[in-house]
Design a protein around this ligand. Structure first.
Ligand code: NDP
Length: 601
């Protein structure tokens, strides 16, 4: 490794050693198994507490062209693009009682997008909307989801409060049979699965979790009946309550300041600190909004995506802490902090160290008690975990009524009927809130909550258990004709998730339209093309990202399958060449017009 000559004020070797030690402390042999599913005795954790009474309706058995599973941004973008392509017979099926997907479920206090709303919210020009703030609230984001549904008439054909339990391919009729928990058996020519990557909440497998006698809920089912208030109002019901918040990921970072203000006492139980950078939210400048020219939305999304992918741009349109890391690299060059012979990976590592040093400095500047500040410092590379942005989280630990209970990387030891135990000490509380996230590394069908039975009668789990995840472009898998999956597995990953959903929806609609226009009944993947794509994914995953996000060198979390990356898990990775390269590849593939790798019947 080349030595740093000038103007950096950290010791890279010391940081490498510290990062490794902190990671090693947190690696657990049980990986994903440490978590509990919200089923059986824990099923009450996932009950929809926003939707009100189940609206009775008769079971459906009709036939439609396309069933879209999921009424979040993925499903809405797919629905909108289908309608734009003239495919009108689209039925959306959604578990919640409204549109919004993750923004329906996650209405915890302080919930906001943390990628700029002008690029995060999809279809802004089509809906003629400019968000009111740089980082819009969950309430406004959900309103936008409704507006998309309304603009594209997707609210005319939707089944809310309906969970798809299975879809089964019927080769005789060339239709999917979509079976739901409401007794529906709908026939569909095409199915688009847009159930989202963070669809299924998870609970920590802490000893005694089922013994707590107080109130308890997960952040994705926030109980405003108990806490009082609303996503944007004070939580008035907590004034006499001692509250435990378990978890310090992106969700916790956003709701801690609200809980701190409202609770009689708040204990925040931390296993791994998040990196918490500057937020700088502000209202939208109406003059700027008025100056936007048609095409601005796509241009801004691409500008951001290029910058966060390390591709220099003449201007930084978004100009926030996501794009700042790249600016930091340029700055290092300007300062001569790196030697010319350093390769890009070394420069990236230095820039990452520097960025994380500034994050740790920010903790010192925001938190009065040096001991608490020390415990809040993250010791891993940026992008090992989801970076967070908030200006009120850190100062909340200066409040008299807020305690950080750092578990030294080990997690909560035990839950009792009266409270939470760490290092032998019990903290008595009235309420426990789990900010412990969602299943990512478990099986596809388990996460989707739906069995997918293909042409040969095999479930997708059976197919992928045998060979690992295998798709063409992350979108289709052979033996499951007319079936499309919107997500990041073997497709693109970018921090602006709706951007990749839009690209995947564009591909989906292009293929469906071709199938329909040419009078074909089915479209499936050629096995050799799928094998080739899997090879590409595995090869690219072994490349430069080995030491980057998703790497086993990172502290464990859902980005790296809790630190257990075997060949099979690696096979489910996104395209290692990055989203910019992937989107170009897909655009070229569409423009070629010969649908290479697909077979039509
Ligand atoms: P995460 O999975 O990111 O965080 C879960 C937290 O629970 C971690 O801090 C984890 O610690 C902790 N935890 C788990 N088990 C234990 C235990 N036994 N004892 C103590 N702590 C424990 O979930 P989030 O809901 O915070 O975020 C999930 C994702 O949702 C984000 O990564 C982001 O992609 C998305 N999100 C987006 C937002 C936005 O756009 N504005 C806002 C919020 C979320 P450890 O780190 O050690 O595993």
């Amino acid at each position: 490794m080349t030595e740093i000559k000038t103007t950096i004020d950290f010791d890279p070797d010391a940081l490498r050693t510290r990062y490794k030690a902190e990671r090693d402390k947190r690696i657990r042999s049980d990986g994903n198994e440490q978590y509990l599913e919200a089923t059986g005795t824990f099923s009450h954790f996932s009950i929809d507490n926003r939707g009100g009474k189940i609206i009775e309706r008769d079971p459906l058995s009709n036939e439609v062209d396309v069933v879209v599973i999921g009424g979040g941004f993925g499903g809405l973008i797919a629905g909108a693009r289908l309608k734009n392509a003239g495919i009108d017979d689209v039925l959306l099926i959604e578990k919640g009682a409204d549109f919004g997907g993750t923004w329906y479920w996650n209405q915890y206090p302080g919930a906001r997008c943390d990628v700029e709303s002008y690029i995060y919210l999809p279809l802004l020009e089509e809906v003629d909307k400019i968000p009111s703030e740089k980082y819009a609230s969950a309430t406004e984001i959900q309103e936008h989801a409704r507006a998309i549904a309304n603009r594209f008439d997707l609210d005319k054909d939707v089944c809310f409060q309906t969970e798809v339990k299975s879809i089964q391919w019927n080769a005789n009729t060339s239709r999917w049979i979509v079976v739901t928990d409401r007794g529906d058996a709908i026939k569909a020519r095409f199915v688009v699965m847009a159930s989202g990557p963070l669809h299924k909440l998870k609970l920590p497998g802490i000893e005694g979790i089922d013994t707590f006698a107080g109130h308890v809920f997960h952040t994705s089912r926030w109980d405003y009946d108990y806490t009082g208030g609303s996503p944007n109002d004070d939580l008035t019901g907590l004034a006499d309550k001692r509250v435990a918040l378990i978890g310090t990921g992106a969700t916790a970072i956003q709701c801690v300041s609200h809980l701190g203000k409202a609770s009689k006492h708040l204990y925040v139980f931390q296993r791994t600190p998040s990196s918490v950078d500057f937020r700088g939210n502000r209202p939208t400048d109406s003059e700027w909004a008025g100056s936007l020219e048609p095409g601005w939305h796509k241009e801004r999304m691409e500008n951001f995506n290029n910058l966060v992918s390390g591709i220099p741009q003449e201007v930084d349109l978004v100009d926030d802490c996501w794009t700042d890391l790249i600016g930091n690299i340029a700055d290092m060059y300007r300062r001569g902090a790196v030697q010319p012979e350093m390769d890009l990976l070394e420069v990236l590592e230095m820039a990452n160290f520097e960025k994380m040093e500034s994050i740790r400095k920010r903790v010192e500047e925001s938190v009065d008690d040096p001991e608490i500040a020390e415990a809040l410092k993250p010791w891993y590379a940026l992008f090992c975990k989801r970076p967070c942005f908030d200006d009120e989280y850190l100062p909340t630990f200066n409040r008299e009524n807020v305690d950080l209970i750092d578990t030294g990387g080990l997690g909560v030891e035990k839950i009792t009927s009266g409270g939470v135990v760490v290092a032998g000490e019990e903290y008595e509380v009235d309420c426990i809130i789990f900010a412990t996230g969602f299943e990512v590394g478990t099986g596809y069908e388990r996460r989707a909550g739906c069995q997918v039975v293909g042409a040969d009668g095999r479930t997708l789990t059976e197919k992928w258990d045998e060979h690992g995840v295998s798709t063409l472009h992350g979108l289709q898998t052979s033996g499951y004709p007319n079936y499309f999956m919107l997500g990041a597995n073997q497709g693109a990953f970018t921090v602006n998730f709706p951007h990749l959903l839009d690209e995947a929806a564009t591909n989906t609609v292009c293929i469906i339209k071709h199938t329909v226009d040419e009078g074909y009944l089915t479209v499936d993947v050629v096995q050799e093309a799928e094998d080739e794509w899997v090879k590409t994914i595995v090869e690219k995953a072994r490349g430069p990202i080995g030491s980057g996000p998703g790497s086993t060198e990172c502290t464990p979390g859902y980005y790296n399958n809790e630190g257990h990356l075997n060949e099979k898990a690696r096979q489910g990775a996104p395209y290692g060449g990055g989203s910019v390269e992937f989107f170009k590849l897909m655009e070229g593939w569409r423009n070629d017009g010969d649908f290479k790798g697909l077979k039509f019947n």
